[in-house]
Design a protein around this ligand. Structure first.
Ligand code: PLP
Length: 455
C-alpha cells in the first residue's frame, strides 16, 4: 500500500478535482477514502465517517451491500461489457422491464446512458426530435426551445447547462448555450415577489403559464426537477405545484420532462417524486440512486407516443441518433437489478417512513436557531439554510464560507457532509440505521451551533 502522505502528494501533482478550487486543495484538505461499509466511509488511516450525503446523493442501501456485491461479481464472471449498439445483454433487458414496472404508469421505453447529465441531454434531444418527426407537417413546427425554472440544475454538459439556472455554475458558459425560457422557481423563503407560500406558488405558476402560452408554438418541453430543486439548495416546491405544471404542459400541447436524477429511487419517500402528485411525465430522467450508488448508470424513460415518433423505414432516418460506448453496461445493470430487489426484500420505503418523520421533527427544532433562516425537506432530502440575520434574511457573504466551515468541522467529528453554498445538506443512505441517523443529526446540529454562534 502506498502511504497516505505519498498518495496526497501524487493527488496534488496529477489530479484535477470536480467543482474544486484546486489552489485551496491542500494536504490538510485532502481526505482519501480507501474503503467503505454500511453507512461509513473509511480513510487510509482507518478513520470512519458517516456518509451523510450518500456519496453525493446516490447511495441507497449502504456500502458493501452483500446482494449488490454478489450481483456485480456474478456478472463479472460472465462479461464486463459488450456494446448496446446493435447488440443486447440480459441485465439491461431485465432492468428495462423492472424500471417500467416501477416507474409512473404510462412510461414505456427505457434509453440507457451513464450519468444524470447524459440522461437529461437525451431527454432534450428526444423531445426536440419528437416534434420534428411527429408528423410531416410538423417537421418545421419550430418547437425547438425549452422552458425551465430559475435555479434549476440538470447536469454539467452543455445541453443540461442550457436548461440550468444556477448563475454560479452556469454564467461563465453562457456564450456556448442555446436559448431557453426561464420561469420563476417557487423558492418561497426568498420569494422574488415577496409573497407567502401559497401566493408564491400561484404567482410562479401564473408566470410559467404566461410564458408557455405566449411561446407555445416554439416550446418542445417544460423541464422540471419534481418536488425539490436539489443543487439550488434543496428548494422544496409547494404541494400541488407539479400537478399544475403537468396541466399547463397538456393545455398548451408541449411535453413535460421530469428530472428525477436526484429524487428517484426512494429519496422523497416514494419510488419517484412524481408519484406524490400523481403525475406521469412524458419523459423522465433517472440516474444517481439507480445502482444503489455502485456504478455509473442512467436512463431516460419515455411514453410510447414519444418512441413511436421515431419509427420509420431505415432510409427515413427517424432513428434516435444517440449512444455512448458504455451504454447499458451489464455490470451496472446487474447492480441496478440487485438494488431494486433490495427495495422489495428489505422493504426499504416502509422502513424509511419513521426516519423521515424523525428528520422532520429534528428540522423543526432547528428552525428556532438564531442563524437558521429556513429548513426544507422532501422525504429523506433536507437542506438547512444558514443566514447572517434571521429577521432580514441576510445571507452570509461567500467569503465567510459558512457552509464549508460547518462541513469541515463535521468531518473532524466523523461525519462527511457537502454544503450547497450556505445550505447544509443532509441526505443519508435510505437504509441508515436509526442509531446512526441520531449520531448524524447530533453532530450536524452541534457543528451548526458551534460555527454560527462563534462568528
Ligand atoms: C446530479 C444531478 C444531475 C446530474 O447527474 P450526473 O450524474 O452528476 O451527471 C442532473 N439532475 C439533477 C437533478 C441532479 O441532482
Amino acid at each position: 500500500m502506498t502511504p497516505e502522505c505519498d498518495l496526497k502528494k501524487l493527488d496534488r501533482a496529477y489530479v484535477w478535482h470536480p467543482f474544486t478550487q484546486m489552489r485551496e486543495w491542500t494536504d490538510d484538505e485532502i481526505l482519501i477514502i480507501e474503503r467503505a461499509e454500511d453507512c461509513y466511509l473509511i480513510d487510509t488511516e482507518g478513520r470512519r465517517y458517516i456518509d451523510g450525503v450518500s456519496s453525493l446523493w446516490c447511495n441507497v442501501h449502504g456500502h458493501r451491500k452483500a446482494a449488490i456485491d454478489e450481483a456485480v461479481k456474478t456478472q463479472l464472471g460472465k462479461a464486463a461489457h459488450s456494446t448496446f449498439l446493435g447488440l443486447s445483454n440480459p441485465p439491461a433487458i431485465l432492468l428495462a422491464e423492472r424500471l417500467i414496472q416501477t416507474a409512473p404508469r404510462g412510461l414505456r421505453r427505457v434509453f440507457y446512458s451513464d450519468s444524470g447529465s447524459e440522461a437529461m441531454e437525451i431527454a432534450l434531444k428526444m423531445a426536440y426530435q419528437y416534434w420534428c418527426q411527429k408528423d410531416a407537417k410538423n417537421a418545421t413546427s419550430g418547437k425547438k426551445t425549452f422552458v425551465h425554472l430559475e435555479l434549476a440544475y440538470h447536469g454539467d454538459t452543455l445541453g443540461a447547462v442550457s436548461v440550468g439556472g444556477i448563475q454560479l455554475f452556469h454564467d461563465v458558459y453562457k456564450p456556448l448555450l442555446f436559448r431557453t425560457h426561464s420561469a420563476p422557481s417557487p423558492y418561497c423563503y426568498r420569494c422574488k415577489f415577496g409573497l407567502d407560500r401559497e401566493s408564491c406558488k400561484r404567482e410562479c405558476l401564473s408566470e410559467l403559464e404566461e410564458i408557455v402560452k405566449k411561446y407555445a408554438h416554439e416550446i418542445a418541453a417544460i423541464v422540471v426537477e419534481p418536488l425539490l430543486q436539489g443543487a439550488a439548495g434543496m428548494i422544496a416546491h409547494p404541494a400541488g405545484y407539479l400537478r399544475e405544471v403537468r396541466r399547463i404542459a397538456d393545455q398548451y400541447d408541449t411535453l413535460l420532462i421530469c428530472d428525477e436524477v436526484a429524487t428517484g429511487f426512494g429519496r422523497t419517500g416514494t419510488m419517484f417524486a412524481c408519484e406524490h402528485e400523481d403525475v406521469t411525465p412524458d419523459i423522465m430522467a433517472v440516474a444517481k440512486g439507480i445502482t444503489g450508488g455502485y456504478l455509473p448508470l442512467a436512463a431516460t424513460l419515455a411514453k410510447e407516443k414519444i418512441y413511436e415518433a421515431f419509427l420509420g423505414k431505415y432510409e427515413e432516418f427517424k432513428t434516435f441518433f444517440h449512444g455512448h460506448t458504455y451504454t447499458a453496461n451489464p455490470l451496472a445493470c446487474a447492480a441496478a437489478l440487485a438494488n431494486l430487489d433490495l427495495f422489495e426484500k428489505e422493504r426499504t420505503l416502509e422502513n424509511l417512513r419513521p426516519k423521515i418523520e424523525r428528520l422532520s421533527a429534528w428540522l423543526a427544532r432547528l428552525r428556532d436557531f438564531s442563524h437558521v433562516g429556513d429548513v426544507r425537506q422532501a422525504g429523506f432530502m433536507a437542506g438547512i439554510e444558514l443566514v447572517e440575520s434571521k429577521r432580514e434574511k441576510t445571507p452570509y457573504p461567500p467569503a465567510q464560507k459558512i457552509g464549508i466551515k460547518v462541513c469541515r468541522l463535521a468531518r473532524e467529528q466523523g461525519v462527511i457532509l457537502r454544503p450547497l453554498g450556505n445550505v447544509i445538506v443532509l441526505m443519508p443512505p435510505l437504509a441508515i440505521p436509526e442509531i446512526v441517523l441520531e449520531e448524524l443529526l447530533e453532530v450536524t446540529e452541534r457543528c451548526i451551533l458551534n460555527i454560527t454562534e462563534d462568528l
